[in-house]
Design a protein. Structure first.
Length: 168
């Protein structure tokens, strides 16, 4: 995965529309399906919990399928990019201890993965206006640059590939 420049306003606008549209579709599908099931299979006790639950599950599946089909639509470009970036950062986070230990020992691959992680995190936090921990990120980035200089490694976030994590 390569980091891309994303227009923050466009991303936020599209994300909000996708979120609101998904929520409205989920509510409509859930209620509609549940009402159809209740009409077809009424319960004498008046408890329709299982039909309501089935409506929510079916609605969630329909919304998920719809989002999956729309994934490649140009409107979804920024939203899908950020979603995939978050997935990659989560994969890296699960291996962070091993990566940091390997980087301290001079492992160039671990340093490249951490460089991607820090650059991706900075981009993600700026897109989401989550700048509270940027100072901490800057400290980690400086430590990584010093470590890379010590071991003669040139850092490039663009060199990251998901297969690099397989060793850790």
């Amino acid at each position: 995965m390569k980091l891309k420049e994303i227009d923050k306003r466009r991303y936020r606008g599209h994300l909000n529309r996708v979120f609101i549209g998904s929520a409205l579709a989920l509510a409509a599908f859930s209620l509609g399906i549940a009402q159809v099931l209740i009409a077809l299979f009424p319960d004498a006790d008046g408890s329709h919990f299982h039909w309501n639950l089935l409506g929510v599950v079916a609605g969630a599946l329909l919304v998920g399928a719809g989002l999956s089909r729309l994934r490649r639509h140009p409107f979804m470009t920024e939203v899908v990019y950020v979603w995939e970036l978050k997935q990659q950062l989560n994969r890296i986070s699960r291996r962070r201890r091993q990566l940091e230990a390997a980087a301290k020992e001079g492992d160039a691959t671990a340093m490249q993965v951490l460089q991607f992680c820090y650059a991706g995190s900075r981009q993600l936090w700026q897109l989401d206006d989550n700048t509270i921990v940027m100072d901490e990120l800057a400290v980690k980035q400086t430590e990584l640059h010093n470590l890379a200089g010590k071991h003669g490694v040139t850092l490039d976030a663009g060199a990251y590939h998901p297969s690099m994590l397989e060793r850790f």
